[in-house]
Design a protein around this ligand. Structure first.
Ligand SMILES: [Fe+2]
Length: 314
């Protein structure tokens, strides 16, 4: 599983970025995935028709950078129609967890293997790339992905069309505080944007073949240009990221019953206890996640009444 199927590296970046900035700061990358048969509109339409509906999220691309998630405009098309009509649909779509398909999983592993080797490791496991997941984005011209954070590290690759990808430094919590980071991790990814954030931003102008590395929880917004766009997020979670995410989930549940918690790291001994309790409970529930119906029920119990927001128009 650790042998890349292609000889030449799928993802490249300058050595300084891979050794100095990774995994703490964003940087530009290049890749060889544009034109790959798994990443054409027709193949993505087939993938959309094969995937469980709750792994597809889409809405109007006419969104604000600072977008209230409760006021997102919907699109009155089914997922396959959205992909097939993306040039004119005025839509934004993400197909989640594409690694569930073995072909896509191989693509993601090949890409991360090239990064692992460039960093001097023999395999993706040695390099710490675990829980590898892929997210495919299909967007109409002039679409906006609102300002948000993602609870994983990400090599973002631009496959077709142009995008501006703007990422912001929140390491001091001045853009989103601890409570907002918890909310973004567990409830909804969007974060309010304020023009005063601009000096903290780095903008990547991405064309086919370009990409960027986006560290865990660095907020970003994305806009497409005059043609439709195909992009992919190649993501993974290190052991430390999984620990932080589980603590945010457990803290959010406690906040929901009137017991707001200090952020992860503020009380390390208590963090260890909370992590053990949460993971024991999560292990009991995990076998139920195989069913889409049970996934909806679990999301509703764990996250509240808006947990299945993107399935309202299903
Ligand atoms: Fe994102």
């Amino acid at each position: 599983m650790n042998v890349a199927s292609s000889i030449s590296p799928v993802i490249t970046a300058d050595n300084e970025s891979l050794k100095r900035d990774f995994p703490l700061k964003p940087f530009a990358i290049r890749h060889k995935l544009s034109g790959h048969p798994l990443l054409t509109l027709s193949r993505i339409a087939q993938l959309a028709s094969d995937m469980p509906r709750d792994l597809i999220e889409y809405n109007s691309g006419d969104a604000s950078v600072s977008q209230d998630p409760d006021k997102v405009k919907s699109i009155d098309l089914d997922p396959v129609e959205v992909v097939n009509r993306i040039q004119t649909a005025g839509a934004w779509m993400v197909l989640k967890r594409v690694e569930k398909s073995p072909e896509y999983r191989q693509l993601l592993e090949d890409a991360l293997t090239s990064v692992a080797r460039a960093r001097g490791f023999k395999s993706i496991e040695d390099a710490g790339f675990s829980q590898i997941e892929g997210f495919l984005f299909v967007s109409s011209p002039n679409s906006t992905t609102p300002f948000h954070m993602d609870a994983e590290d990400n090599f973002f690759v631009q496959i077709y069309g142009e995008k501006i990808f703007a990422v912001y430094d929140n390491r001091d919590g001045k853009i989103a505080d601890d409570a907002q980071v918890e909310h973004s991790t567990v409830k909804h990814r969007n974060v309010p944007f304020n023009e005063s954030f601009r000096p903290r931003g780095i903008e990547f102008n991405l064309d086919a073949g370009d990409g960027c590395y986006i560290p865990y929880q660095w907020p970003h917004w994305v806009k497409t240009a005059g043609s439709h766009s195909i992009s992919m997020a190649i993501t993974w979670k290190t052991e430390e990221v999984r620990r932080l995410n589980d603590l945010h989930r457990f803290n959010s549940m406690l906040r929901g019953i009137g017991l707001p918690q200090a952020a992860p790291g503020a009380r390390p001994a208590l963090d260890s206890t909370k992590l053990a309790v949460y993971r024991t409970a999560a292990a009991i529930i995990e076998p139920l996640r195989g069913s889409e119906t049970m996934r909806r029920v679990i999301r509703r119990i764990a996250l509240g009444k808006n947990a299945n927001y993107y399935l309202k128009k299903a």
